[in-house]
Design a protein around this ligand. Sequence first.
Ligand code: EZ4
Ligand code: CO
Length: 418
Amino acid sequence: MRIEQAEVIVTSPDRNFITLKLTTDTGITGLGDGTLNGREPAVVSYLKDSVAPLLIGRDAHQIEDTWQFLYRSAYWRRGPVTMAAISAVDVALWDIKAKAAGMPLYQLLGGASRTGILAYGHGSGASTEELFDSIRMHQEMGFQAIRVQSGVPGLRAIYGVTPSKTDAGVVTDPGSPDADQHYEPAQRAARPPEEDWDTRAYLRHLPGVFEAVRNEFGPDLPLLHDGHHRMTPIQAAKLGKALEPYDLFWLEDCTPAENQEALRLVRQHTTTPLAIGEVFNSVWDYRQLISEQLIDYVRSSVTHTGGISHLRKILDFAAQYQIKSGIHGPTDISPVGMAAALHLDLAIHNFGIQEYMPHGQRTNSVFQQSYSFIEGYLHPGERPGLGVDLDVDAAGRYPYETAYLPFNRLKDGTVHDW
Ligand code: EZ4
Ligand code: CO
């Protein structure tokens, strides 16, 4: 079975998505997600100009060999653009192989290890009242685990929080019909929107928010929080310690963890579980974090970590240290990337939790999915392959739109970590 065609499809129904579509000489097609939030054109060029021509004529069954060929023959290893492009190829080939086998992809990864995939949703609010409403709304949608992000008094706009509906002039979303209910990090704009930040104000405010949420929603509900790389190691240690009474499922990205040994200091001071890695793209970013047991959950996505083949290797490494998966699943992972994550989640033994931000209606009209979300649990479905189809005509109705993630500055104007 040879690869005959490799097309890169760019579409922006609610936001930008990059999809690779491979067609074989048997007529079987496969889809892969290469979306890199805010830097999509770089992956499009990498795929179109440097990868697609090399795929034509290759045996579609040789997934590992194709992966190693793309990774090693480029000479320039790793990096978000390269690894997103390789991921798109890898996932498209797994889709093809599973369709050829007539099985849902998870069967080829070892079969189901569980009946459903526990997902967490994004609760947020500029105020505690709005946060409570958002948590209740997510519970009504079925979510049984909630990420909690809160506004901080004195700060105008911060990451992870849907701006208050009364905040005139704040662009809340890039056009999603239900975006007033869902936080969307990127914004359609010619330049990155500017937010503000003050770590001391955040550290003072957050423990009280978690106390209020626990008092309102009880001890059972798993609660998560994302620190988005904004703390120093000693600040992260302090926050982890302060949040211990509220029994978090995890504290995510507490420091910019490319300094892996910094996590030793955080670990010495707190038993709050730590999750890291949505911006990482290879096993090398985790070498020390995993072997020294400095984290509890691996946050990488299938889309940004070289696909199912490479993320599986990271998770198998993590499993030897009782570290579990927490695969990245925001709206900037397309339905194709989400389906790939779900097949992997279902098959691996060391599954932890799956992030899930439902896509908008326009996105769902472009990508038809077979995965389901029932009473807090996701399932990839039983269709052969990934179970996702792309309507190319519908995709063509929504051309690429420039969009950026926001960034933030401290009071004195210093650019801080996003
Ligand atoms: O901000 O995916 O845990 N999830 C997150 C995401 C990220 C975006 C960046 O593209 O932190 O919402
Ligand atoms: Co995150």
